[in-house]
Design a protein around this ligand. Structure first.
Ligand code: KG4
Ligand code: ZN
Length: 322
């Protein structure tokens, strides 16, 4: 079985996945509460918390799978992109376990991991497909041709990521951090046509979400406190509709352009109820595999060339791909 580790942001996660993609254990310990009072992830706080949590989380995953370290055949870990100090905790843990057992180690790209959430049992997806990857850090339209992770980027955001737009909008509406899921809930009580929030049309298949965020800011600023309180659900619904329409519109355009017969959606924003409803034919991973987790990292590890023992001791994490 494969041990997957993910510590790129504020989730400490460990999972055990079988060679054929069966999820044997998937443990995610979120630090969201720890960072909520700062309104965002504090990198150094995240690194320290990962250090405390990584061993208990691995132990819990092994316990759930009824397995021991001796059952692990491959270790897969997120090497980037993400917060460098946070990544290093997972990479160091992965090296230690792999080295102690003389196992190979697979360095996994976090974005490949999100896509590989689609390759897990019980309904593994077979490329080619068009993939919308929408998370807190990325918004990408990918032409996925094989499971190895080398997909062609058809479109991306020129400013904020979709999840970031949700989080910043949630903040403007006085919701907690990260606010995407809460905004999603509030939007269900509101009228999505109450406000007209424009989403900029940028050339090609790219996205831009900074304008819609500013539009929400102005709308909030122009309301008296009691009006704002009455309008929060309408603002949330209208704002969410604008983001979802932009994501869905571009996804259909990309599907037409690339000739893709299958469309899939991954990443934290794939948990959004309106987005899921707006793309009924799309393949969407189960909710717990949309937001950051280690099962997707173990899944991707199956399709990466692993570094044999002990060559990975010099392996480094990377903060960004560019
Ligand atoms: O993939 P993910 O867990 O972490 C990153 O790699 O960034 O994505 C987290 C993002 C956050 O911005 C969060 O607010 C957003 O996904 N998110 C949602 C929902 N659930 C999570 N956004 C909209 N609606 C949701 N239901
Ligand atoms: Zn992610």
């Amino acid at each position: 079985m494969i041990l997957g580790l993910e510590t790129s942001c504020d989730e400490t996660a460990a999972a055990l996945v079988s060679a054929d993609g069966g999820v044997l254990a998937n443990v995610v310990s979120s630090q969201a509460d720890l960072h909520a009072r700062y309104g965002g992830v504090v990198p150094e706080v995240a690194s320290r918390r990962h250090l405390e949590l990584v061993t208990p989380v691995i132990r819990e995953a092994l316990g759930l799978a009824g397995a021991g370290l001796e059952d692990i055949e491959l270790v897969g870990v997120t090497a980037g992109p993400g917060l460098i100090g946070a990544l290093l905790v997972g990479v160091a843990a992965a090296k230690a376990i792999a080295w102690a057992r003389r196992l190979p180690l697979a360095a996994v790209d976090h974005l490949h991991g999100h896509v590989a959430s689609l390759y897990l049992e019980p309904d593994p997806l077979e490329p080619p497909f068009l993939c919308l990857l929408a998370s807190g850090g990325h918004t990408l339209l990918l032409d996925v041709r094989d499971r190895g992770g080398g997909s062609r980027v058809l479109g991306t955001t020129i400013d904020d990521a979709a999840g970031e737009a949700f989080d910043k909008g949630a903040r403007l509406l006085g919701l907690g951090y990260p606010g995407g899921a809460e905004l999603d809930r509030l939007a269900r009580e509101g009228d999505p046509h109450a406000y007209d929030f424009p989403v900029a049309r940028v050339p090609g298949l790219d996205f831009s979400f900074s304008g819609v965020k500013t539009a929400l800011l102005y709308a909030v600023r122009d309301l008296a406190p009691d009006e704002l309180e009455r309008s929060r659900a309408d603002l949330a619904a209208s704002y969410q509709r604008a983001i979802v329409r932009a994501l869905v519109g571009r996804t259909y355009e990309a599907a037409a352009e690339s000739g893709a017969a299958t469309v899939a959606v991954v990443g934290g924003v794939a948990a959004n109820s309106e987005l899921r409803a707006a793309l009924p034919e799309a393949v969407v991973a189960p909710l717990e595999l949309c937001t950051d987790n280690a099962a997707m990292i173990a899944s991707a590890a199956r399709f990466v060339e692993p570094v044999p023992y002990p060559g990975y001791l010099a392996l480094d994490a990377y903060a960004s791909t560019a």
